[in-house]
Design a protein around this ligand. Structure first.
Ligand code: HEC
Ligand code: HEC
Length: 259
C-alpha cells in the first residue's frame, strides 16, 4: 500500500467515532478506544477488575454496551420518585456512598428505603452472584453476562470505600490534600478535561457540567468515577493507585470553576 493511502486510512480510522448503543448520554469514543472502553484485558489485574465492576454498579448498560432498559424496573419501590432506565441502576437503589437508606439516599428524591451494600462485603462470591440473578434484582445473562457479574461481585466485596471517612456528609467538603491533588489533576485528568476542568461539558451552555461543577455538587459520585471511570467513556481511572490519591484529586477538583 502506498504511504499516502496508508496515512489517509489511518487518520480515517482515528476519526471514526463509535456511537454508543445505549443512550445519547454515553460519551462517544474513537474506534481505536473501543477495546479499552468495552473490552477486557486477556489477563485482568485486580485493579482493572474492581474498576470494571464499579462501572457496572454505576450504569451497567453503558459499561457493557447493552441495550438501555426502556421501562421502569418492576422491583423499584412504589414510594420512590424515579422512573425509567435509571431504576435499573444499582446506584439508584443503593447510592453513591453504598449506604442506601442510611446514607445519601436517606431522604429526598432518591429515598426508597432500600439498604446499602456495605454489609454484603463479607458474603461469598457465589451467594452474591445468585443474589443478582434472583428477585428483587432479576438481572438476566442478556443484561449482565456471568463473567461480567464476577467483576461486579468483586467490586461489592473488595471495591467499596467508606465515603464518610473523606467527605463531610452535610457540607460535601472533601478532606484531602489539594496540593497533591493539583499535581495529579494537572498531569492526568487535564489531558482530557483541561487544566481548569472545563474542556469537557456534559451539561448545557447555560448550565454547564464541568469537573468543578460536579465535584462540588456530587463529590460522592465523582469519587466513584475517579476510582472506576465513567461508563462508556474513554476515561482513565485511579484504581491502581492508593485511595488517598483519588481523594486528593477530588479535593483539588472542588477548587475548579463551576461555570
Ligand atoms: C430497584 C432497586 C434495586 C436495584 C436497581 C438494585 N438493587 Fe440491590 N437490593 C434491592 C433490595 C430491595 C434489596 C434487599 C434489601 C433488604 O434486604 O432490605 C437489595 C439487596 C442488595 C444486596 C444485599 C445487601 C445486604 O446487605 O443484604 C446487594 C449486595 C445488592 N443489592 C447489590 C446490587 C447491585 C450490585 C445492583 C446492580 C447490579 C443492585 N443491587 C440493584 C434493590 C435494588
Ligand atoms: C483520556 C481522557 C480522560 C481522562 C484522562 C480523564 N477523563 Fe474524565 N471523562 C472523560 C470523558 C470522555 C468523559 C465523559 C464526558 C461526557 O459524558 O460527555 C469523562 C467524564 C468525567 C466526569 C463526569 C462524569 C459524569 O457524571 O458525567 C468526571 C467527574 C470526570 N470525568 C473526572 C475526571 C477526573 C477527576 C480525571 C482524573 C483522575 C479524569 N476525569 C480523567 C475523559 C477523561
Amino acid at each position: 500500500m502506498n504511504r499516502y493511502i496508508a496515512i489517509v486510512l489511518l487518520s480515517l480510522s482515528c476519526l471514526a467515532v463509535v456511537p454508543a448503543a445505549g443512550s445519547a448520554r454515553d460519551a462517544d469514543h474513537s474506534a481505536a478506544q473501543e477495546g479499552f472502553v468495552h473490552g477486557a484485558p486477556s489477563q485482568p489485574s485486580r485493579a482493572w477488575t474492581l474498576a470494571a465492576g464499579g462501572r457496572i454498579y454505576d450504569t451497567w448498560w453503558e459499561a457493557l454496551d447493552r441495550k438501555k432498559p426502556e421501562s421502569t424496573n418492576p422491583s423499584y419501590p412504589a414510594n420512590g420518585k424515579r422512573t425509567g432506565a435509571t431504576t435499573w441502576r444499582c446506584v439508584e437503589c443503593h447510592g453513591w456512598d453504598y449506604q442506601g437508606k442510611d446514607g445519601l439516599n436517606r431522604s429526598g428524591e432518591k429515598y426508597t428505603g432500600i439498604k446499602g451494600i456495605r454489609d454484603a462485603r463479607g458474603r461469598s462470591t457465589g451467594s452474591l452472584a445468585r443474589l443478582m440473578r434472583a428477585a428483587p434484582h432479576n438481572y438476566t445473562t442478556e443484561m449482565i453476562r456471568d463473567d461480567e457479574l464476577q467483576r461486579l461481585v468483586a467490586f461489592i466485596k473488595n471495591g467499596q470505600h467508606d465515603t464518610d471517612a473523606f467527605i463531610d456528609r452535610t457540607t460535601g467538603k472533601v478532606r484531602g490534600d489539594a496540593n497533591r491533588g493539583a499535581a495529579l489533576f494537572q498531569t492526568q485528568c487535564a489531558a482530557c478535561h483541561g487544566f481548569d476542568g472545563r474542556a469537557l461539558n456534559w451539561g448545557t451552555a447555560q448550565e454547564p457540567g464541568y469537573v468543578g461543577t460536579e465535584s462540588k455538587a456530587l463529590p460522592w459520585e465523582v469519587l466513584h468515577k475517579i476510582r472506576n471511570s465513567h461508563p462508556g467513556a474513554a476515561m482513565i481511572n485511579l484504581r491502581a493507585l492508593p485511595l488517598s490519591d483519588a481523594v486528593d484529586v477530588l479535593t483539588y477538583a472542588q477548587t475548579l470553576p463551576e461555570k
